[in-house]
Design a protein around this ligand. Structure first.
Ligand code: NAP
Length: 257
């Protein structure tokens, strides 16, 4: 018989004490709420976004000490690697990576411009590749790490007017499964979160009529809040999820089943 193994932190400890999390797009919306939840779990946070002032401010407002903001466009591999290096010097060795930075450039297929397709792929998909490649070397050496990719239910269901965005988010799910298989032997877990419609700047331009229509499609009867996603990220980053890898967890009020 195997002895019972406890995954709960020791008394007086939090489950992410001693960990460092790098959260892309951590200055606003879902990323900011994820950064806060991980900080509440005890992690030190490197907040990354293109706007360095906002990244610094978001880092300052996190609970606890030792968080820092970094200006970086994750779609560019050179700056992504430099940002990781700076974060490891100033905050510590990154043990949790959250690839959350993402954009939309919606258009119907026939009108979609090359730039709209390319920009979305570069930020949403290549950005995750850039940061994951940069961070994985250290994680592999240390034989410890968690990678979370923020996908979307739209990557599972598709959405008219979002061929570029849906393709990038579906791509992230394939990326997640491949990275999970490749890095599992080094004790690195990789999972995706697929949020539904969450109240952030990204969805702020949806009119009231559109929101009412969406709510009718959501069994739990409301749009999500960034904190709804953040709690799942904290769970997946922590010890209770230690046997979960390669999965996509939908956080969508039951919209896509
Ligand atoms: P948001 O409010 O628009 O925030 C996006 C964040 O990403 C900001 O911090 C932004 O900061 C950063 N960012 C954008 N492009 C970047 C780049 N090239 N390099 C670095 N940082 C960049 O978006 P959100 O709604 O919180 O969405 C966060 C993630 O969840 C995205 O991947 C999105 O696709 C996904 N998601 C959102 C929803 C939703 O309903 N809101 C649903 C499903 C999935 P800067 O502008 O300063 O760079």
């Amino acid at each position: 018989m195997t002895a019972a193994v406890s995954v709960a932190p020791s008394p007086g400890m939090r489950e992410l004490d001693g960990q460092v999390a790098l959260v892309t797009g951590g200055s606003r919306g879902i990323g900011r709420a994820v950064a806060k939840a991980l900080a509440e779990g005890g992690a030190k946070i490197a907040v990354v976004s293109r706007d360095g002032v906002r990244a610094d401010q978001a880092a300052e407002e996190l609970p606890g000490e030792g968080h820092r903001g970094f200006a970086c466009d994750v779609s560019d591999s050179g700056p992504a690697a430099q940002t990781l290096k700076a974060a490891e010097e100033l905050v510590g060795e990154v043990s949790i990576l959250v690839n959350n930075a993402g954009i939309t450039r919606d258009n119907i297929l026939l009108r979609m411009k090359n730039e709209e397709w390319d920009e979305v792929m570069l930020v949403n998909l290549k950005g995750a590749f850039n940061m994951t490649q940069a961070v994985s070397r250290g994680m592999m050496k240390r034989r410890q790490g968690v990678i979370l990719n923020v996908s979307s239910v739209v990557g599972l269901s598709g959405n008219a007017g979002q061929a570029n965005y849906a393709a990038s988010k579906a791509g992230l799910i394939g990326f997640t499964k491949s990275v999970a298989r490749e890095l599992a032997p080094r004790n690195i877990r990789c999972n995706a979160i697929a949020p539904g419609f969450i109240r952030t700047d990204m969805t702020a331009s949806l009119g009231e009529g559109v929101v009412d229509g969406l709510v009718e499609l959501i069994p739990l009867g409301r749009l999500g809040e960034p904190e709804d996603v953040a709690g799942v990220a904290r769970f997946l980053a922590g010890p209770w999820a230690r046997y979960i890898t390669g999965q996509t967890v939908s956080v969508d009020g039951g919209m896509v089943m």
